[in-house]
Design a protein around this ligand. Structure first.
Ligand SMILES: Cc1cc2nc3c(=O)[nH]c(=O)nc-3n(C[C@H](O)[C@H](O)[C@H](O)COP(=O)(O)OP(=O)(O)OC[C@H]3O[C@@H](n4cnc5c(N)ncnc54)[C@H](O)[C@@H]3O)c2cc1C
Ligand code: FES
Length: 315
């Protein structure tokens, strides 16, 4: 398990560590909690084994479902709704970190309706969270039916692959570009808010399946510049490459489907050799805890990687 340290666990060292995987000897980071009799991990934070033993071998702060009142609900299109929900201020503060998402379901639904939804804006002063939900099928349609309250669980942190490197690289001069299509804009808006005072975050946005009015409402404050572009147009890739070379971005986020991650990722790398690249976590995420296996993929060495927990290290 993670012998060559090719990934970090997003929850390691947080208030949600040790987690359920420690109970069964499956911690992603700690060799002692994997059943070995020696410490052979590369984790540089607080010792997970020590925390587990000191905490009476229990899960630290297990995430629980709770009800959140809907204080506002706005339709931008027939199938795109922004919910503003009330949570406590501490919870709102925790979810303000880029990459945060929650599990959400309608108040009368069973837990198998739980849907991962990104935190788009976290107003810690009021305890308000803004969530954009695009209605597609059973789960998201049932969320759109709600007017009074939602059941939520969180916060979960692994909504963006590469977010660890984005944090490591952040400094006052860092230039960041977010390329977003559709609902992928939601985690990009949270990131722009979070880094607002630290550095400039520019956007290239494809508004297909969402609406320009929605982007304008949420990007009107702050210093971000926004270019609207149809990423499917033949000229789009050339235009993006020119922008990357001209502006010399140090961090680029591609928040879109895997198709665009796979086409634009190499283009960004080609234009900016040293840039940090981070992308949407588009895996199927069902428990978020590294347990159900919905998000699993197999690496080159045949190991199972739980993509709801793992931050893959960039080469
Ligand atoms: C980290 C993360 C953040 C997300 N943030 C948002 C958001 O802010 N707003 C938003 O509208 N949507 C977001 N999504 C996508 C949303 O979870 C799916 O659209 C939803 O689960 C679809 O369920 P459905 O029953 O309506 O439709 P389905 O017809 O069941 O699915 C529609 C599409 O969503 C995919 N999907 C279904 N279930 C999941 C799942 N558990 N995890 C990931 N993809 C799934 C399907 O493969 C298909 O491509 C996010 C997904 C992830 C993983
Ligand atoms: S979503 Fe359940 S293991 Fe990752």
């Amino acid at each position: 398990m993670n012998k060559d340290n090719s990934f970090d666990c997003i929850d390691a060292g947080t208030e949600n560590c040790p987690c359920y995987l420690a109970l069964t000897g499956d911690c992603l980071m700690c060799t002692r909690l994997q059943g070995k009799d020696c410490c052979d991990c590369n984790w540089k934070g607080v010792c997970i084994y020590n925390e587990f033993i000191q905490g009476n071998c229990k899960v630290n702060n297990p995430r629980r479902d709770f009800e959140a009142a809907i204080v506002d609900k706005k339709y931008y299109t027939d199938d795109l709704v922004i919910f503003v929900i009330q949570v406590d201020k501490g919870f709102a503060l925790k979810t303000s970190k880029p990459g945060s998402y929650l599990f959400i379901r309608g108040s009368n639904q069973d837990s198998f309706y739980d849907t991962p939804i990104s935190v788009m804006k976290a107003d810690a002063e009021k305890g308000y969270l803004h969530l954009a939900v695009k209605s597609i099928s059973a789960k998201t349609k049932s969320i759109l039916d709600e007017d009074e309250k939602l059941i939520i669980r969180g916060p979960y942190r692994n909504g963006i692959q590469g977010i660890r490197e984005v944090f490591d690289k952040k400094n006052r001069h860092n230039k960041t570009l977010v390329i977003a299509k559709g609902i992928g804009i939601a985690p990009g808006l949270l990131l722009a808010d979070y880094f607002n005072n630290l550095c400039q975050v520019d956007f290239i946005v494809d508004t297909e399946k969402i609406s320009k009015e929605f982007v304008k409402d949420y990007l009107s404050e702050g210093s971000s510049t926004v270019k609207y572009m149809n990423l499917n147009e033949l000229t789009a890739q050339g235009n993006i490459k020119n922008i990357l070379i001209e502006k010399k971005y140090e961090t680029v986020l591609i928040l879109a489907s895997d198709y665009f991650v796979e086409t634009l990722g190499p283009l960004v790398r080609d234009a900016l050799k040293d840039a940090v690249i981070a992308v949407s976590n588009n895996f199927h995420i069902c428990c978020g805890e590294g347990l159900c296996g919905a998000c699993s993929c197999i690496d080159n060495e045949g190991r199972t990687i739980k993509m709801c927990k793992c931050q893959m290290k960039q080469e």
